[in-house]
Design a protein around this ligand. Structure first.
Ligand SMILES: [Zn+2]
Length: 299
């Protein structure tokens, strides 16, 4: 097991210098500065106390079994706040789980979706989700804003979506950089796996993809052919009126990506989304980024 350097996962008490990523990649930092941390961590301090599984080391990578155990323990230690929701199955029949985090309310609540680990080899992504959950649970009783947020909103956090791929990436050195799911391809070759991030019903098969099973960005035999993508779709569709924000966490490229990653189709609130990003990152904003397509950047 390879420990990562502590400084990469040290959230400071202010947002200005937060750095959540590895390999010099600032995209997660900027992404979360914009969408989550500004209101979540503005007053938080890194503290060891608070409800969390004892002895769980947030400064190293954990395998799937450890992460599953961590989820169970969190639920046990935070009853009424943390609930495990099982919402689908992987190709290899592992149960996909998320943590629902929120405080009871008589009002109808809104929600934020966050998934990590859709690309197996991006280990910092699940590590980030775990640390994010820890920070929320550490601070909601002390920080009024976080407490208020949990009263008005639920967080749906999937620490590892591509569980099969993640387990495979832990197998040995030769599998460490596995990215896709573990379902067999349909190209008549021996190549396996679909890029789950490119299997959703959002301009499926149009830009930044490959139809070759051996490609890292193979988009699957059909739209939503992968049970993992289908599970997310079903869960979110059933709650479309409550979900305010959908975040998916990656660790590659110096990019903040907003819907829809297509040269001709822009989200209705594109300008608003961009306005939330820090000025320095906005300078780099360039619609041509999406025009280039996604083949070359493998986010
Ligand atoms: Zn990725």
């Amino acid at each position: 097991m390879k420990n990562f350097e502590k400084p990469y996962l040290n959230f400071p008490s202010t947002m200005d210098t937060a750095d959540v990523d590895i390999d010099g990649d600032k995209s997660l930092h900027t992404f979360f500065s914009s969408y989550v941390f500004l209101f979540c961590f503005s007053n938080s301090q890194r503290v060891a106390e608070g409800p969390e599984p004892r002895n769980y080391d947030y400064f190293k990578y954990h395998n799937m079994s450890e992460i599953s155990g961590w989820m169970e323990q969190l639920q046990k230690e935070n009853q009424g706040v943390v609930t495990i929701v099982r919402y689908g199955q992987t190709y290899e029949e592992q149960i996909i789980k998320l943590l629902k985090i929120g405080l009871a309310s008589t009002e109808k609540k809104k929600a934020i979706w966050m998934d990590c680990g859709i690309h197996a080899r991006e280990w910092i992504s699940p590590a980030f989700c775990q640390y994010f959950v820890k920070q929320i649970l550490d601070t909601y009783k002390k920080d009024e804003k976080i407490g208020e947020m949990l009263k008005n909103m639920d967080l749906y956090v999937t620490p590892v979506l591509n569980m099969d791929g993640y387990v495979y990436s832990w197998f040995n050195q030769s599998t460490r950089l596995w990215r896709k799911s573990r379902s067999p391809g349909n190209c008549g070759d021996s190549c396996m796996g679909t890029d789950l991030n490119r299997n959703f019903d959002a301009n499926w098969g149009s830009v930044g993809i490959s139809r070759k099973c051996c490609s890292e960005v193979y988009n699957g035999a059909t739209v939503l052919s992968e049970s993992e993508a289908q599970a997310v779709t079903d869960f979110v569709k059933a709650r479309s009126s409550e979900i305010l924000c959908f975040l998916t966490i990656h660790s590659y490229s110096q990019l903040i990506l907003v819907p829809y990653g297509h040269p001709n189709i822009t989200a209705p609130n594109y300008d608003e989304l961009v306005s939330l990003t820090p000025e320095k990152d906005r300078k780099d904003r360039d619609k041509s980024d999406s025009e280039k397509g996604r083949e070359d950047r493998k986010d």
